[in-house]
Design a protein around this ligand. Structure first.
Ligand code: RNT
Ligand code: ZN
Length: 414
């Protein structure tokens, strides 16, 4: 018997419809971060240093150095992943003839991205870039006590919201604008309240302009600590969770931004009870916020389960955020996107209503038994079928494509 028919039949005995799972997965758009392709360097100045407490380590050859190379790599990536997605762009990926200061960026500097996305039927997301810049060298941006610095970054964030609105309007798919700031202190602060008060005032100003949500969705991303700013992070989780609840914007949870024993999967249902939407940066922390490639690990599966079984595929905006410069970057990208989708499929193929009943009736032995048995269900055959229907290569095929691309394109780059 064909493997998919066998799998479908096996799942149907549990009351799970594999066809419905495939259909649901085909509608999910992942926000694919453009910055895996060039180690978060951007186009402002290609030998610029990454700052802000984050680091891309490794020097694998073939890094994209301009818009043409980056979009060629994205095209390759898109041919390796099933489905239609969004590309997540940072301000530093503006395509300009002359250098343009970040507080002076305009929609026209992102025209090429819109053209790229339109041709391929993709959505676009945006992020102001508040790092890798002389005005961020003190480690403080929107919370800076220096009014000049704070003003510069407020203007930058306002400018990028307008770029986001432009993306949403042009593409007919709402654009997510995510504000993450690196602000923090290396050592014990004398004042934890002041910087947070200034951050709050800055955000109020940035978000003051009302922009239609059908074009732009504002999110704010919290963090626990960064390299060199270990003792105090201005934009903590409590700060942003409260800010988002009181001011019409959305919390973004990056699962690399919490204590290693604190898990984002468990936060999702709590947040969903109080917010219309939430956003994620799915990554893999190894000891710290190390932004390793997303693998098919237990926490990824738990995150996917919380989205699927709470019927929140349309309320949780799933984005990826990692940057590995030590391996082939297209392979790193494809691995993470495919794993995110696999985890969602894994969750879609669970008899979620039945499992809830087992919990509510106190049948924890059977619940444990079912959870373990499901791990050996023929989920991979449904995944292969999904890839086939979406004209994407199977697990056996895609890496060969990457090797060919490396031989023919990436290895030619200086
Ligand atoms: C940093 C944040 C942030 C960045 C990107 C490049 O710790 O996770 O989201 O990784 O904006
Ligand atoms: Zn992030």
């Amino acid at each position: 018997m064909e493997r998919y028919s066998y799998a479908k039949e096996k799942y149907s005995r549990l009351g799970v419809d594999a066809e419905k799972a495939i259909e649901a997965l085909s509608k999910v758009k992942i926000s694919i971060h453009c910055w895996q392709g060039d180690d978060v360097k951007g186009f402002e100045c290609s030998d610029g240093e990454l700052s802000g407490g984050i680091a891309a380590t490794g020097n694998y050859p073939g890094r994209a150095k301009n818009f043409e190379e980056l979009t060629a790599d994205i095209d390759k990536l898109l041919s390796l992943v099933p489905g239609k997605h969004k590309i997540n762009v940072h301000a530093i990926y503006a395509v300009t003839d002359e250098p343009v200061e970040r507080n002076k960026l305009e929609p026209k500097h992102f025209e090429k991205w819109v053209e790229f996305a339109k041709k391929r039927g993709l959505g676009l997301d945006i992020n102001p870039t508040l790092f890798s810049h002389p005005m961020a060298s003190s480690g403080l941006t929107l919370s800076s006590p220096d009014e000049n610095i704070r003003r510069f970054w407020i203007e930058h964030c306002i400018a990028m919201r307008r770029v986001g609105e432009y993306f949403g309007r042009e593409l007919g798919i709402p654009c997510m604008n995510n504000i993450w700031i690196p602000d923090g202190l290396k050592d014990v602060p004398a004042d934890r309240l002041g910087p947070r008060k200034r951050l709050k005032d800055s955000l109020d100003e940035i978000l003051a302009e009302k922009i239609d949500k059908k074009y732009l969705i504002d999110t704010v991303e919290s963090k626990l600590f960064g390299i060199g700013v270990e003792s105090y992070t201005v934009g903590s989780h409590e700060f942003y969770m409260n800010y988002a609840a009181k001011n019409d914007c959305i919390c973004l949870l990056d699962n690399g931004h919490f204590h290693p024993t604190e898990i984002v999967s468990d936060k999702i249902p709590s947040m969903l009870l109080f917010a219309d939407k939430i956003a994620l940066h799915v990554t893999r922390g190894v000891r710290w916020d190390s932004d390793h490639v997303v693998t098919f690990d237990d926490e990824l599966k738990e995150i996917a389960k919380e989205i699927v079984r709470n019927d929140a595929l349309e309320r949780v905006m799933i984005g990826l955020d990692y940057f590995d410069a030590s391996i082939n970057r297209v392979a790193a990208w494809a691995t993470g996107v495919r794993n995110m989708q696999k985890a969602l499929l894994y969750a879609l193929l669970m008899p979620n209503a039945e499992l809830k009943k087992l919990q509510d009736s106190g049948n924890f032995s059977k619940l444990l038994y079912m959870n373990e048995e499901l791990k050996f269900y023929p989920f991979a055959d449904v995944w292969d079928e999904f890839c086939k229907r979406e004209n994407a290569p199977s697990g056996d095929e895609w890496f060969g494509e990457v090797e060919k691309y490396e031989r023919e394109v990436l290895s030619e780059r200086i």
